[in-house]
Design a protein around this ligand. Structure first.
Ligand SMILES: [Zn+2]
Length: 134
């Protein structure tokens, strides 16, 4: 199998519900997503997927939706206050953990038609979560 990966850096704010550690309070991360695509065959140029396609389909979506945005769970009671104040938020179905942000990006890449096999989400230089199918 061939694999290609692209790294995408973005900044996001979040807080976790039902969590006792530091991430229970509003704060931000300089995150880095690593999107890996895979497949057994190359096109007639010898390319699995053009890196530009990942940029067009995933990096632009991250920049528009997640970068410099506040990611909150749909159950977060802050949502109504922030919306009333006209603040920008990205509402997630689940708690906005590194694991769930990796899954969110993975599912977007699938919807964009990319043969994604794994998404890593580096929340700090030392900690990352991965999501892959199966
Ligand atoms: Zn955090």
């Amino acid at each position: 199998m061939f694999r290609v990966s692209r790294e995408i850096e973005f900044c996001y704010g979040h807080r976790l519900l039902n969590y006792e550690g530091k991430c229970r309070h509003l704060h931000g991360h300089n995150g880095r997503a690593v999107i890996t695509l895979g497949g057994d065959t190359l096109d007639d140029r010898g390319i699995l997927v053009d890196f530009g396609d990942i940029k067009r389909n995933v990096e632009h979506w991250i920049n528009e939706n997640l970068d410099h945005n506040l990611l909150l769970c749909r159950d977060d009671p802050l949502l109504s206050i922030l919306r009333d104040r006209g603040e920008r938020v990205f509402v997630m179905e689940w708690n906005p953990t590194a694991e769930n942000i990796a899954r969110l990006i993975f599912e977007h890449a699938i919807e964009a038609g990319l043969p994604v096999v794994e998404v890593l989400l580096w929340e700090t230089d030392n900690c990352h979560a991965a999501y892959r199918q199966g």
